[in-house]
Design a protein around this ligand. Sequence first.
Ligand SMILES: Cc1ncc(COP(=O)(O)O)c(C=O)c1O
Length: 470
Amino acid sequence: MSAPLYDRLVSLSEKEHPFHMPGHKRKPLPYLENMLSLDFTEIPETDDLHSPSSCILDAQKLMSAIYGCDESFFLVNGTSGGILAAILSSCPPYSHKNVIVANNCHISVYNALSLTDATPLYISPEITPYGFSGGISPQRIDEITKKYTDIAACIITSPTYEGFISDIKAIADKLHKKNIPLIVDEAHGAAFSLSSYMPTSAISLGADIVIQSWHKTLPVLTQTSVAHINGSLVNRDLFKHYLDVFQSTSPSFVLMAVLDKCREYIQENGEKLFSSFHKNITEFRSGISSLEKIKLIPQDIAGSYSIYDTDISRLVFILNSDMTGKEADDLFYKRYNTRFEMCGTNHLTAVTSISDTSEDFEKLAFELKELDREIKYKDNILPVKITERKTKIPLNKVFSLETFEHNFDNSAGKISAEYIVPYPPGIPILLPGEIITEDIIKAAKNYKKTGIDLTRIKDTELKKIKCIKI
Ligand SMILES: Cc1ncc(COP(=O)(O)O)c(C=O)c1O
């Protein structure tokens, strides 16, 4: 008999040192002991997430009080579920609206679009010299709202996977002049507004719906997220309806109770926890600043590329060496048991949280210094960045069409029937219904060559791709 998944996790858990999600870093939750004792179902005393009227409602109200927002909702299906509900409630089927979509959004946004008949108006963030998306310019929002009418909502990601924050206040102001609600995917910013050491959450800066993955950067269980709503531009009844549609009718009370208790724990101890975290991460940043080949993206990137602010907790290491991100990640793991959240062509991204101790940061600094001494300097090559979406067939039509397989290498000009999604970060480089370009082929092959997982496409060897017959 065997339990392959269980066995793998147990053996990993003993040795692996996570600089990745979830935010508890597999350390005991400091505010909770016996989770099984909380695993209830809907009985009269426990309330019902889909129609909360007692303790769940009270817990959600205490959550919204932190942000001073109108309502908060516990999500047990991650931020993905909240994004689906936010988009569907803004442009439900048969409403035939436009929706402004930043083209660096997570795949859950495109999944939502595939269920609506809304037309996405794609906008590009500015691109940083490192090849990553920067922020969304308020000016760009101004332009697009002047050019189009019938816009049901605008959705952007802030902070980005790399911790870059857009000017939410300015963006919200521009949209609100036209009565357009702003939805912010704040999956990576759950710790925002929880202490004076962290940036302010978009929900306190004028956004109308904000969805946060608490599990990514706070000590809670995976899948726990929170949606916040403010103002009168959101159809709240519809939003609640779609939360109903996209969440289990048996939501885990363990997940909900963990959210509630973590909120209390942070309210009681937040300043102390984040002050010590801030000290550790500031020391870490300055301690490795003299490395020659491994360079952190500096925080003073804020002010350029439409980046308004940065998240100090997100560490993005650029490798000026002939070693790829994947090779470095594997070496860190083999040698030190350290695993990063993500590796790219020439970078490593670490997710840090209040669960990381000064010892964790010291260990990582030691390892980075050792590697920096060993690798040879080489100017890094920028990954090919896809900056434009070339939609030929909308996402809500494409899945019912006939397809055929085509050789990937010379598929430029064909219409894809598949997603190509490097994971992490989960931002598609190709959507079904888009025209395949030479740049996309080049980018996908580059990801593959550097060992980064390409998901959703069936042939991950990139020999073939499914295309739409027209
Ligand atoms: C920017 C962004 N948005 C949304 C999501 C989805 O969040 P969740 O995993 O909580 O469903 C992710 C997940 O990685 C993400 O990176």
